[in-house]
Design a protein around this ligand. Sequence first.
Ligand code: NAG
Ligand code: NAG
Ligand code: NAG
Ligand code: NAG
Ligand code: NAG
Ligand code: NAG
Length: 308
Amino acid sequence: MSIFFFYCILFNMQLLGLLGSLKGITSDSVASQCVLKLYEAGEIEVIDKSEPQQLAKFAAHFITYTDQPQACNFASFVPYGEDNPLQRAEWIKFLGVFANVESRANQVYDAVTQSYQCLTNRTKGRTSFKPTVAWMQYENGIWSFTKETYKLKYVEDAGGENVDDSINKITYNISSPDDLDQLHAILCTVDVVIDETYTSDAVNYNSSTFLQNINVEDHSCFVFLSNQSLWRYDKRIQNSTALDWYNGAVSQPQLVLADLFEVFFPTGNYTTTYFRNIAKDEGVVHITSEMCDRDISIAMEPTIPACG
Ligand SMILES: *[C@@H]1O[C@H](CO)[C@@H](O)[C@H](O)[C@H]1NC(C)=O
Ligand SMILES: *[C@@H]1O[C@H](CO)[C@@H](O)[C@H](O)[C@H]1NC(C)=O
Ligand SMILES: *[C@@H]1O[C@H](CO)[C@@H](O)[C@H](O)[C@H]1NC(C)=O
Ligand SMILES: *[C@@H]1O[C@H](CO)[C@@H](O)[C@H](O)[C@H]1NC(C)=O
Ligand SMILES: *[C@@H]1O[C@H](CO)[C@@H](O)[C@H](O)[C@H]1NC(C)=O
Ligand SMILES: *[C@@H]1O[C@H](CO)[C@@H](O)[C@H](O)[C@H]1NC(C)=O
C-alpha cells in the first residue's frame, strides 16, 4: 500500500507506525522532523496536487491542505472541525481503521485521554486565581477574538477563564476610534493573550509587531504586558510557515494542556512545546531533519507530561 498524505496527519501516522508507507506529500513544508528526513533521503516525493495523473498512482489520497497552511478540512479527515481537544485527537482512530491498525490507534488514544484527564483533574484541585485569557487575531485592520470552541475548552481545562462570551462575537476595526476604545478596555481585563495572527514570517513576529497591530499608544493597563504573558503557538516551525500546531498539537492535546498550565501558572520549571512567549522575546524552534532521532519503522509513543 502506498499512502499519500498531507501534513496535519503526519504526526498521527507516526504514532501508528505508518511512516514507512508514506510515499508522497504535497509540499516540502512539513512540521515533522522525521518526514523531512525521509524527504531529504529521497524516500518520499513532493507531488504536484494539481496534476491528477500524479495523484492517481497512489492507493490512498488524503489531502488536508487548501490555500492556507492552517486549513485542514478535507472531507475525509476533518479533526479541525471538532469542538473538543480530545475529539480532535480521536481522529487517529479513523486512520487506524483505514490502515488496519485499530488496536494501536485505540491504545494511543487511551494514553492521550488518560494524560489529558489527569492534567484536568489537577486543575480542579486549584481554587484560587484564574487568569483571564484571550485568543485573538489580527487580519486586514481588524482584531477578533476566537470563536473556536476547542480553544475555549482548552482554557477551561487548564484552569483559566475565557474573556466574556459576548465580546468573542465582535470584531474591532483599528481604524475606528470607538472600536479601539472598546478593544483597549477589554485588553485591560486580560491576564494572558494568545496572539494567533497569521504571518508568513514567524521568525520576525515579536511583541513590537503585536503592539503595532494593536495601535494603542497607552498600554499601561495591560497586565499581560506588565506581567509578560503574550504568547503565540508558532514555536515549532519548519521553513517559516509550517506550524507543528496544526500537526503534532492536534494529536497531542495533553501536551497543549501542559503548555497552557505553564502559561497560566508559570513554574519556570517546564519547557513549553508549542507556545512561545513573545513578551519575553522567545524565538521559534526550527524543525530540521537532524532532530529525527528515532527509528522510523517503529511506532512513536505520544509524549506524556508529568502529572503530579
Ligand atoms: C479524574 O478525577 C475523576 C473524579 O475526580 C476520577 O474518577 C478519574 O479517575 C480521574 N482521572 C484521572 C486520569 O486521574
Ligand atoms: C475599517 O474602518 C475604516 C475607517 O472607518 C474603513 O475604511 C474600513 O473599510 C474598515 N474596514 C473593514 C474591514 O470594515
Ligand atoms: C503574573 O505572573 C506571575 C508569575 O509569572 C504569576 O504568578 C501571576 O499569577 C501573574 N499575575 C497575573 C494577574 O496574571
Ligand atoms: C522586533 O523585530 C524588529 C525587526 O525584526 C526589531 O526592529 C524590533 O526591535 C524587535 N522588537 C523587540 C521588542 O524585540
Ligand atoms: C521553503 O519554502 C520555499 C517556498 O515555499 C521553497 O521554495 C523551499 O524549497 C523551502 N525550503 C525548504 C528547506 O524546505
Ligand atoms: C521543578 O522540577 C523538579 C523536578 O521535577 C522538582 O523537584 C521541583 O520541585 C520543581 N520546582 C518547582 C518550583 O516546581
